[in-house]
Design a protein. Structure first.
Length: 355
């Protein structure tokens, strides 16, 4: 009962409140933004990929709202059509895999034991498909069509990345799934997480690092895993992660409240501060701080390897690719039907009413 009450009380406080978000693009005005020239080609490929991913009409409709062609074109404007199609498959798979556990569309939102088996089967199959545990052909194809779809992704990733990069990608997918379990346990528990606990988990549930790894393939560059694990690169990854997640939390707030969910950054801050405007202001401060920390880490990383001209050239491409992930995510979040904002422009900001 306490589990219901704490969420119901917070929902009751939030519903009906008006919310104004500033023009978030101004915060990123010194960062690049672009659209992939293959946008319409990627959009044309998406329905076939969705049909292969799920036979459920309801899930197909939800997947269509993502507009994955637009997502890929804004996040990865430099990717060719073939690579962009592979990335779109990853994005669709991540969204639909998570929706099985996380939303009203999913079968497993209230069943921890079934969700645990789903995660375990997925992790084992992903490991095999990435060529990290023997020949995938020696094993049966999973009955779950969402899990089985990863074979398409695994084949493409094995062509594009060496063993070390595939290990890194696997660890991030595994982290995404482990944190999704923590998130589900919390949602079914009697207490809300603190903002610190929420953000620590959100660094995995957003699957942003999975997408960031794909920047190399998108731009045809290669960085050693040692470079990707550099202390300054970790800051770049972490700030990219934060920027994507908190922007999504801001712009998906109305959708979350409509779905009776309060476990995102704005409601949790509101629960502490008692003011929706103050909660939004604090999130804006988080965004501003993350942009500064990203830019500082990027400068330090480039300076650290200044003597290696070829490496610096690739690092500049990769760093800007991470920036494009962030600005692309903002522009996609404004336009996608998934969040219910659907605004081509946010000059003057976005106003929404909750509930």
């Amino acid at each position: 009962m306490a589990c219901v009450d704490v969420r119901r009380d917070l929902l009751h406080q939030l519903k009906g409140q008006g919310l104004h978000l500033p023009d978030l693009r101004l915060l990123f005005k010194h960062w690049p933004t672009n659209v992939n020239p293959n946008l319409e080609g990627l959009r044309a490929l998406a329905p076939g990929r969705i049909d292969n991913l799920t036979s459920c009409v309801k899930k197909r409709k939800a997947a269509g709202k993502i507009d994955v062609g637009l997502f890929t074109s804004l996040w990865y404007p430099g990717a060719g059509l073939q690579c962009g199609d592979m990335i779109s498959c990853v994005v669709l798979w991540l969204f639909l895999w998570d929706d099985e556990i996380d939303t009203e569309v999913g079968r497993l939102a209230g069943d921890m034991e079934a969700a645990k088996l789903y995660r375990q089967e997925t992790i084992e199959y992903v490991h095999r498909c990435l060529g990290l545990s023997g020949d995938v052909r020696q094993h049966n194809t999973p009955a779950n069509e969402i899990i089985a779809f990863f074979k398409i992704i695994g084949d493409a990733v094995c062509e594009a990345y060496d063993h070390e990069h595939r290990e890194l990608l696997f660890r991030e997918i595994e982290f995404f799934m482990e944190t999704s379990e923590v998130e589900q346990q919390r949602r079914l528990s009697s207490e809300l997480p603190s903002t610190e606990e929420y953000l620590a988990t959100r660094m995995g549930t957003g699957a942003v690092n999975v997408c960031t790894i794909l920047n190399e393939a998108a731009y045809g560059i290669s960085l050693s895993v040692d470079i990707l694990r550099d202390v300054h690169m970790k800051v770049i990854w972490d700030q990219t992660n934060i920027l994507v997640c908190v922007v999504n939390d801001l712009l998906s707030l109305k959708k979350e409240i409509d779905q009776q969910s309060v476990e995102s950054i704005v409601p949790l801050l509101y629960n502490n501060l008692g003011s929706l405007a103050a909660a939004v202001s604090m999130v804006i401060e988080i965004i501003e701080k993350s942009i500064k920390e990203f830019d500082s880490a990027a400068a330090l990383l480039l300076n650290k390897f200044a003597g290696d001209e070829a490496l610096v050239s690739n690092l500049k491409i990769y760093i800007d690719a991470c920036r494009l992930n962030c600005t692309g995510n903002l522009n996609w979040s404004l336009q996608t039907g998934r969040y219910g904002v659907s605004q081509q422009t946010i000059t003057g900001g976005v106003t929404m009413r909750l509930g």
